[in-house]
Design a protein around this ligand. Structure first.
Ligand SMILES: *Cc1c(COP(=O)(O)O)cnc(C)c1O
Length: 429
């Protein structure tokens, strides 16, 4: 297997791009080696610039839930392109996508489209602060909510529970209102609420996806929402990753909670840059131009992106692949656990809908601390063997693998054999 062209492009890319990438996880820093450059993709397959073909379990970190270049989505995009690219004025498709999204989330009367998950979340925080008149927020260690200043604390880095910035360039002042709690640990939230009076919001990934997949245990979300309500604190569900992932709509509904504000991204753009935040009327009416919370965007609600989002969600609704995701996820979990057992490798698998990933540990993974018990060196070896066997995985232990609705039985056989070979390799370390 040759990576010659990727290596060449990587060297060229280093000159004018930072690390030859436009988002750090693409850099392969945590698995070693050079990043792959991609040429094209279709369905469940992705092809690199050396013409190596892989089954794609990255799917652009989630958006390509229908597989690449789905016919009906492509048709919608082509149709939209004919009318022009952006107008700086409203279009009918914005109303259409807003209706589809609001209908799928019981607690959402109105939505505002933006251009990324980062933007959705930072706007949702501003909105929660505007609505409550309070400044502080609670986030959970290991949850990632985009790269805005206030949220780059304990965001899947090693900074665990301290309110210190997780990046250079973030002023201490920008995170002084960010309080940290532990995922699946209600007591840690209660402690913060007892110590701090002016908490505007608790923000959470309903299912953790950025420390690897972490599932809420023992009614954690329900208890959290009750606790928030009792204390006049808004609950923000960051469903940028989980939205439309395990059902048509949000993960919050599966856990019987209704967030005050919901953030979306990834799937709702079908591969184009779209984020969104939405809430009940009372809250959304704070947003400019109806209210005094300012938030704007030159390309927000972009017509091409809206067309892609509408087509993707419509197709998802009609395909209803969620049971299939469960079945495939169950199979892949089986492959991982069986091979791990066969070769005597400690592996724990967490999954939710079309998100799944193994941790190389023997500890039950239910928060950031336990996620970090995973042996990332083993993951690195596993990763490269999977690449060699034709499976494109996210190049980090702490990213979920994503499933698309066009994965075939044949794909699953290839995945099974690749997992077996890779686990064997890990056992020989
Ligand atoms: C990906 C992600 C974001 C950030 O979205 P971008 O589009 O990358 O800015 C925020 N929150 C969660 C939960 C995510 O998974």
């Amino acid at each position: 297997m040759s990576f010659k062209n990727s290596e060449k492009l990587y060297k060229e890319g280093l000159v004018h791009l930072v690390g030859a990438v436009n988002s750090p996880v693409r850099a392969f820093a945590s698995v070693g080696g050079n990043p792959l450059f991609i040429q094209k993709a279709k369905g469940s397959k992705i092809v690199d610039v050396d013409s190596n073909r892989y089954i794609d379990l990255v799917l652009s970190y989630g958006p390509m839930i229908l597989g690449h270049k789905h016919k009906t989505v492509q048709k919608a995009i082509k149709k939209a392109l004919k009318n022009g690219y952006t107008f700086g004025a409203s279009t009918k498709n914005e109303i259409k996508l807003a209706k589809i999204v609001c209908d799928a989330f019981p607690g959402m009367d109105k939505v505002r489209f933006v251009n990324s998950g980062t933007e959705a979340v930072l706007s949702a925080l501003r909105l929660a602060r505007a609505f409550t008149g309070k400044d502080k927020i609670i986030k959970f260690a290991g949850c990632y909510h985009g790269h805005s200043d206030a949220l780059l604390v304990a965001a899947g880095s090693g900074l665990a529970t301290l309110s210190i910035p997780g990046s250079k360039g973030v002023p201490n002042d920008a995170v002084k209102n960010t309080l940290i709690a532990e995922y699946n640990n209600l007591e840690s939230v209660k402690r913060q609420i007892e110590e701090h009076k002016d908490i505007a919001a608790i923000i959470i990934e309903p299912v953790g996806g950025n420390m690897g997949v972490v599932i809420p245990q023992d009614n954690f979300l329900k208890k959290l929402s009750v606790l928030a309500k009792e204390n006049g604190i808004l609950l923000i569900a960051d469903e940028v990753m989980t939205g439309f992932r395990s059902k048509f709509g949000g993960a919050q509904e599966l856990f019987d909670v209704e967030a005050d504000i919901t953030c979306l991204g990834k799937v709702i753009g079908g591969g184009f840059p779209v984020g969104a935040y939405g809430a009940r009327n009372e809250i959304m009416e704070m947003v400019s131009p109806l209210g005094d919370m300012y938030q704007a965007g030159t390309l927000s609600g972009n017509p091409i992106a809206m067309a892609s989002g509408i087509a993707t969600l419509k197709e998802l609704k009609s395909q209803d692949p969620y049971q299939k995701f469960d079945e495939i996820g169950d199979k892949i979990e089986g492959f991982l656990l069986n091979s791990a057992k066969k070769y005597g490798v400690d592996v724990v698998v967490n999954r939710f809908g079309s998100m799944i990933n193994p941790f190389f540990t023997n500890v039950k993974v239910e928060d950031f601390t336990t996620a970090q018990t995973s042996d990332t060196e083993k993951f690195g070896v596993f990763f490269w063997e999977m690449i060699k066997k034709g499976i494109f995985l996210p190049p980090s232990q702490f990213e979920a693998w994503f499933l698309c609705s066009v994965l075939s039985e044949q794909d699953l056989d290839i995945i099974k054999n690749a997992i077996d070979a890779s686990m064997k390799k890990v056992s020989k370390m």
